[in-house]
Ligand binder design. Structure first.
Ligand SMILES: [Zn+2]
Length: 315
């Protein structure tokens, strides 16, 4: 979708089975924060499931949507978390370098999930380059956040049928509903907050049924902390994507960012349960319709004609 500060490609995959001319679209964002390695693993696993699963519900979702999936939107930070600092969070911009009490290298990075141009720097963000939540010198100062915004804007300008946007983070086991700067009655700032909350709760219920993992659902200010300038809030508000979440995956702090590899598959499986239920409820709420494909139309037509012929014969 674009390039990082250090000129790495931000790679993704489009899955489009072309069942219909204009399928609804979904977008998955992984590894905005470098140290949240479970995000890259789970988003990549979802790609694998969409391509190879034989589960009819996974197949339906994979084949009737046009998916835009980006496992690592912060490739510089992700690489740095392997080579230099496992606990690195931000991107690797050196443009705001300064002296930090915690070590000067901490100023080499902007928190991409505070850099989007929606209520930028209003709450839960820092103007100190040494901070892990440094929002950048101005909104969209970073090529990675620009790339995401331009990609989403391009999709929406084209057809305005992006139904889902999910940003995958860790950890805390939360389904975070937009917007992140509001709480109390302020949650109604998001026009369909009630629907998003209900879809989130039902998804979390299905997720729990799989392995008993408990997720809480709500706006960030209620379940975590206030924040501003995040990607999913921007996508919700500026790109008007109806069903938008930030998901904080496993665990609740035993391992934190250092989630053991043997939890990758269980984490991924329960997240798929969430996604499937999210889609069932969203479809029931009529946020989108799958138009009859020509094949389905032919089959239903044939059945109808056969029924008429039989009826005439019987009469
Ligand atoms: Zn994160």
């Amino acid at each position: 979708m674009g390039r990082s500060v250090e000129n790495r490609e931000i790679k993704g995959i489009i899955i489009d089975y072309k069942k219909t001319t204009y399928p609804p679209r979904g977008m998955l964002e992984g590894t905005c924060h470098a140290r949240e390695w479970i995000s890259a693993a789970t988003v990549t696993w979802i790609i694998k499931e969409f391509l190879t699963s034989t589960d009819p519900e996974v197949r339906f979702l994979a084949e009737n949507f046009e998916w835009h999936i980006f496992p690592v939107v912060n490739p510089d930070g992700y690489s740095y978390s392997f080579t230099d600092n496992r606990m690195w969070r931000k991107n690797r911009s050196t443009a705001n370098f300064t002296s930090c009490s915690t070590g000067d290298d901490n100023s080499n990075g902007v928190d991409l999930n505070r850099n989007f141009d929606f209520v930028w720097m209003s709450t839960g963000a820092s103007n100190d380059p040494c901070s892990n939540t440094f929002a950048g010198p101005q909104p969209f100062s970073e090529p990675e956040s620009q790339a995401i915004a331009q990609y989403v804007s391009h999709l929406q300008k084209d057809r305005h049928n992006l139904i889902y946007y999910i940003a995958f983070h860790s950890y805390s086991q939360l389904v975070v509903v937009p917007y992140s700067h509001v709480s109390g009655p302020g949650v109604l700032t998001a026009s369909n907050y009630g629907d998003m909350y209900e879809i989130g709760v039902r998804g979390a219920d299905k997720l729990r049924e799989r392995f008993g993992t408990n997720y809480r659902v709500g706006v960030s200010a209620d379940v975590m902390y206030e924040m501003s300038g995040t990607s999913f809030d921007w996508v919700k508000h500026e790109a008007e994507v109806p069903v938008t979440y930030l998901i904080e995956m496993r665990d609740t702090g035993v391992y934190g960012f250092l989630l053991p590899a043997d939890q990758i598959i269980p984490n991924s499986r329960e997240i798929m349960e969430f996604i499937l239920e999210m889609d069932r409820v969203t479809r029931r709420m009529e946020y989108y319709h799958i138009p009859f494909s020509s094949a389905t139309y032919f089959v239903s037509n044939t059945i109808f004609i056969t029924a008429i012929v039989l009826f005439v014969m019987i009469v």
